[in-house]
Design a binder for this molecule. Structure first.
Ligand code: URA
Length: 188
């Protein structure tokens, strides 16, 4: 994708997310979680939705799944601080339930604008919700670690770090998926 001159900067998009009232989750959130990372990130990671820790701190992947993500990135020789990390929806669903279609529809323009703003070499959907929202594909178990090019964007789906909390055997797969993503950045 060629960045347009009028692509908004991440800070401006974050301010709009912090003030967003497009769906009812804006009434139950403590803080919105726009995402974090540098404007020139080459890897953009997309989770599902903020959880309890993220809702409290306003930072993405701030809890146990975040520790798994940081560990997996390190083992894949990726510096977390060099990535832009966000989620499909920016506000916590009560009780950590899955986001519903209305919430995803209302929120995903924020994500589309963040992707246009960063214009990364590779987008990593973490888990099925991000995979389906971004690509329309469904099965993370089949699609993880594969390079997929669609509408001028490159995706490498990966297991969601929370899945690793329930099945430690997935850690090696997550590290592998992230290594595949790193191997196609222009920094190589
Ligand atoms: N899970 C996600 O998908 N995103 C977060 O920010 C935290 C946990």
């Amino acid at each position: 994708m060629i960045p347009t001159k009028d692509a908004k900067k991440l800070g401006e998009i974050a301010s709009e997310i912090n003030a967003c009232t497009l769906c009812p989750l804006s009434k139950t959130r403590t803080l919105a979680v726009p995402g974090e990372g540098p404007q020139n990130a080459r890897i953009l990671l997309v989770g599902e939705a903020p959880g309890r820790n993220e809702d409290k701190t306003g930072k993405p992947f701030a809890g146990a799944a975040g520790n798994i993500l940081t560990e997996a990135l390190t083992k894949a020789e990726i510096n977390r601080a060099d990535c832009f990390i966000t989620s499909v929806i920016k506000c916590r669903p009560p009780g950590n339930r899955k986001p519903n279609d209305d919430e995803i529809d209302a929120c995903c323009t924020h994500l589309a604008r963040q992707i246009a703003s960063v214009n990364p070499d590779v987008i990593v959907p973490l888990g099925n919700v991000a995979l389906t929202t971004l690509t329309g594909l469904k099965n993370i178990g089949e699609m993880h670690g594969k390079q997929i090019t669609m509408t001028n964007k490159t995706y490498v789906p990966a297991y969601h770090p929370a899945a690793v909390l329930y099945n430690r055997k997935l850690m090696e797969k997550l590290i592998w998926d992230l290594s595949v993503a790193a191997s196609i950045t222009s920094d190589d």
